[in-house]
Write a protein that binds this ligand. Structure first.
Ligand code: SF4
Length: 519
């Protein structure tokens, strides 16, 4: 196989050997600033500036004033692993790769994750880039793959490993190299957009250059709506039913499951940004001249407005919009009239669909006080935020765990919906709770099916309060704090030892501080 790579480094770009040695050994624990600084001096300034614009953090973010997310790269990895005929390769520290592969298999990847290991020497000398290039050449078999995705994790990004210098295509296999550092991409949700956006960009360039492959599945002859965001499998058919009276069809869901679906996604009448954080993907659709519609068909008011916005974006006549609205809204009003959620709820999550769930909860009768999302405010969730605020709900974008838990303590809900630590805090306080990712975002939300299914699960959870009370009564204060666990006998307290340790820790802390100030 020909191993000569057509690399033509432009003067401003870093070369494969101009890697910053100082980034070796940095990781989550090294601190965001140190990693960012290393990446900037290693020539990654442009991509970090793009991420800062696409995925903005609060200007005054303090150490705890930011979302706590799993390793963001998981979002990109997951998008790659879910695509047919796509190989995904990680370049990063072994511990990061271990965690990411573990999580991906926990979520049923059923696919190998490629890994190019490195050590101090290969990182510093630029050999890592050569190893990545070799592995990409080894993998680039057009009989097996349409695309190979290489993801630079924190250390290779901070070291400036120049994936942009890889060939764009080998033997007809597309090569997509992306940097997904935890110090540049705030959440795993937004990391999905990093890869989806990079793929759309590649596919758009291909489509602009000439004919491209048709999608495997036959397409409707009606104008189609591309749906942006991973959603429950029953939602796209539900949306299709809602928009059929307007003469529209549901097209592709992005992130796609196969490369050729990207062309179909771009070839749409409009894009529904159901998940509002796909900023880079939206940029590609806009470059392809497609209108974008925010929010989603959730609840009566949400569905009413969304159908109107989709109709307007695609030039559908008002009478057809009214027919579509009447068909769906009548059924939805019927469901909402029969059942109601009764109880106070706080809600938080990092999937990006929190505001949509919040709207649905309010329309189902819930006394919702707080919605926290790890994702940022964007034009595509502005309408949902305004709607929730008009109902007296506090909406917190880029919510930190501290803010989510403070909201829980302040509002003392009958049900807390949240991330694992929020759910744990609620359980400790003897309050029923539901994990957002597994129990709320993994069910239909749109249209009639969404309303019916959510009411059932929420009322079921709130109804569990008596079980919590019984458990609390049975266990009392056993097993709390440092007495938690299984003990052969009643744990003994050693207050003198505890006081000694505390004194020593404080002394060491003061000494460290004095040394820092002195140094
Ligand atoms: S790649 Fe992920 S796990 Fe590794 S240092 Fe970065 S954020 Fe942490």
């Amino acid at each position: 196989m020909d191993r000569i790579i057509p690399i033509q480094p432009a003067p401003a770009e870093p070369s494969a050997t101009a890697i910053t040695p100082s980034a070796d050994g940095l990781g989550c624990g090294a601190g965001k600033d140190a990693m960012q600084q290393a990446a900037l001096s290693a020539g990654k300034g442009e991509i970090l500036a793009q991420y800062a614009a696409d995925y903005p953090l609060k200007a005054d973010a303090g150490p705890h004033d930011q979302p706590q997310s799993m390793c963001p790269a998981f979002g990109s990895l997951r998008v790659g692993l879910r695509m047919r005929r796509t190989a995904t390769i990680l370049s990063g520290s072994a511990c990061c790769v271990y965690g990411l592969t573990f999580t991906s298999h926990f979520y049923g990847a059923r696919r190998s994750v490629g890994y190019v290991p490195f050590n101090s020497e290969s990182l510093v000398t630029g050999k890592l880039f050569e190893d990545i290039r070799d592995s990409v050449y080894d993998q680039a078999d057009p009989a097996k793959y349409d695309a190979i995705v290489i993801i630079n994790l924190c250390v290779p990004t901070a070291s400036g490993v120049p994936l942009q210098l890889l060939p764009k295509e080998i033997n007809g296999v597309r090569i997509i190299g992306i940097d997904v550092p935890g110090f540049g991409v705030p959440t795993h949700a937004e990391a999905k957009d990093v890869l989806a956006g990079a793929m759309l960009r590649y596919a758009r360039t291909e489509a602009e250059a000439g004919p491209v492959a048709a999608p495997r599945q036959a397409r409707s002859d009606k104008p189609s709506i591309t749906l942006l965001g991973e959603m429950f499998p029953a939602d796209p058919p539900g949306i299709a039913q809602m928009i059929a009276p307007m003469g529209l069809a549901v097209g592709t869901v992005v992130p796609t499951r196969e490369w050729r679906e990207l062309y179909a996604a771009l070839d749409c009448a409009a894009v529904a940004a159901i998940h509002p954080f796909y900023t880079a993907s939206v940029r590609e659709f806009q470059a392809a001249g497609r209108p974008i519609v925010g929010s989603a068909p959730v609840g009566v008011e949400g569905t009413h407005d969304w159908l109107g916005a989709i109709g307007q974006a695609t030039g559908v006549s008002q009478d057809k919009i009214d027919v579509a609205r009447n068909a769906t809204l009548a059924a939805m009003r019927g469901v909402l009239a029969q059942q109601k959620i009764q109880g106070r709820i706080t809600l938080s999550g990092y999937e990006g669909s929190e505001l949509l769930v919040g709207r649905l909860l309010v329309e189902c009768g819930a006394d919702l006080r707080y919605v926290g999302s790890a994702c940022p405010a964007t034009p595509w969730n502005a309408q949902d935020a305004a709607w929730l605020q008009s109902k007296g709900v506090h909406v917190q974008f880029r919510a930190s765990l501290e803010q989510d838990i403070a909201a829980f303590h302040e509002w003392k809900p009958q049900l807390a919906i949240g991330t694992t630590p929020v759910v744990q805090a609620a359980k400790e306080a003897c309050i029923p709770s539901l994990y957002f990712t597994n129990l709320i975002s993994a069910r239909p939300l749109m249209g009639v099916a969404g309303a019916g299914s959510l009411i059932q699960v929420i009322n079921g959870a709130i109804g569990n309060q008596t079980r919590f009370d019984r458990m609390k009564e049975f266990f009392g204060g056993a097993g709390q704090g440092d007495e938690a666990g299984v003990w052969a006998e009643v744990p003994r307290q050693f207050p003198a030892f505890r006081a000694d340790v505390k004194r020593m820790n404080e002394k060491a802390k003061k000494k460290r501080k004095a040394e820092e100030m002195g140094g």
